[in-house]
Design a protein around this ligand. Structure first.
Ligand SMILES: Nc1ncnc2c1ncn2[C@@H]1O[C@H](COP(=O)(O)OP(=O)(O)O)[C@@H](O)[C@H]1O
Ligand SMILES: [Mg+2]
Length: 213
C-alpha cells in the first residue's frame, strides 16, 4: 500500500453461521486478485499456538470449562496472533483481514456469559496490544435463521439458543456504540450481494488510507 503509514486492519464478526468466514475469504480472494498485499487470519487460530488453543476451546469434551478459563484462552490465542502475525503485517503496510477479533470477546463473554465488561475491556487491550480494526463488518443474522445453514457441532456452537440470542444483541449494541468503525451487513442477503457491499466499503477505506487501487 503506497502512501499509507501502516496497513489496514479489517475484521469480520457475527454469530456462528452468519457467513463471516465466507465473506472474509471472499475479501481475501479479491485482495489477491487486485494484487494488494494482505494476510488472512482467524482468531482464535492461525499461529501454531493459537490453533492448539482453538482445538481446546471448540472441543465438546470440555463442557466443564469455566467462563474465566474460556476467556483467558481466547485472549491467549489473540495475543499470539497479534504479535506473531498482525502487527508485523501492519508494519509492512499490508491489509490484515481477520475472521473475528476483540469484539467477539465482548459479544460472547460479556453478553453471552455475563463477565464484567470493564475487566474484559482491560484484558482485550492487553492481549491485542491496544490495536483495533479500522473497519469491522458485523454479519447480522437472526439466531434461529442461522440454524438452517448446516451442522453446528463444536462446544461454542452447541450452546443454548438463548446464549446465541444474547450474543447477537451484544454485537448490535457494540455496533451502535461504534458506528464509524462498524458496518452492519444483512446476513440474509445472498453471498454475492453482501460481497459487493464489502468491496464497496473496503475500496472506500483503502482510498482514504492512501492506497492506490
Ligand atoms: N449469505 C448467505 N446466504 C446463504 N448461505 C450462506 C450465506 N453465507 C454463508 N452461507 C452458508 O452458511 C454456512 C455458514 O457460513 P460461514 O461463512 O461458515 O459462517 P460463519 O463463519 O459465520 O460461521 C456455510 O454453509 C455457507 O456456505
Ligand atoms: Mg467461520
Amino acid at each position: 500500500m503506497h502512501g499509507a503509514k501502516r496497513g489496514v486492519f479489517i475484521s469480520f464478526e457475527g454469530v456462528e453461521g452468519s457467513g463471516k468466514t465466507t465473506q472474509a475469504q471472499a475479501l481475501a480472494d479479491w485482495l489477491q486478485k487486485s494484487r494488494i498485499p494482505y494476510i488472512f487470519v482467524r482468531d482464535p487460530g492461525t499461529t501454531k499456538i493459537g490453533e492448539k488453543i482453538r482445538e481446546i476451546l471448540l472441543d465438546k469434551e470440555y463442557r466443564e470449562m469455566h467462563a474465566k478459563c474460556e476467556v483467558l484462552l481466547f485472549l491467549a490465542a489473540r495475543s499470539q496472533v497479534t504479535y506473531e502475525k498482525i502487527l508485523p503485517a501492519l508494519r509492512e503496510k499490508k491489509v490484515v483481514v481477520t475472521d473475528r477479533f476483540s469484539d467477539s470477546t465482548f459479544a460472547y463473554q460479556c453478553y453471552g456469559r455475563q463477565l464484567p465488561r470493564r475487566l474484559i475491556s482491560i484484558f482485550n487491550r492487553f492481549a491485542a496490544a491496544g490495536i483495533k480494526p479500522d473497519l469491522t463488518f458485523l454479519v447480522d443474522i437472526d439466531a434461529t435463521r442461522r440454524m438452517e445453514r448446516g451442522k453446528f457441532n463444536d462446544r461454542m456452537e452447541t450452546e443454548a439458543e438463548g446464549y446465541h440470542q444474547n450474543v447477537r444483541q451484544g454485537y448490535r449494541a457494540l455496533a451502535a456504540r461504534s458506528k464509524k468503525r462498524f458496518k452492519i451487513l444483512d446476513g440474509e442477503k445472498t453471498v454475492d450481494v453482501i460481497h459487493d457491499e464489502v468491496i464497496h466499503l473496503v475500496k472506500e477505506l483503502l482510498k482514504r488510507k492512501g492506497c492506490k487501487i
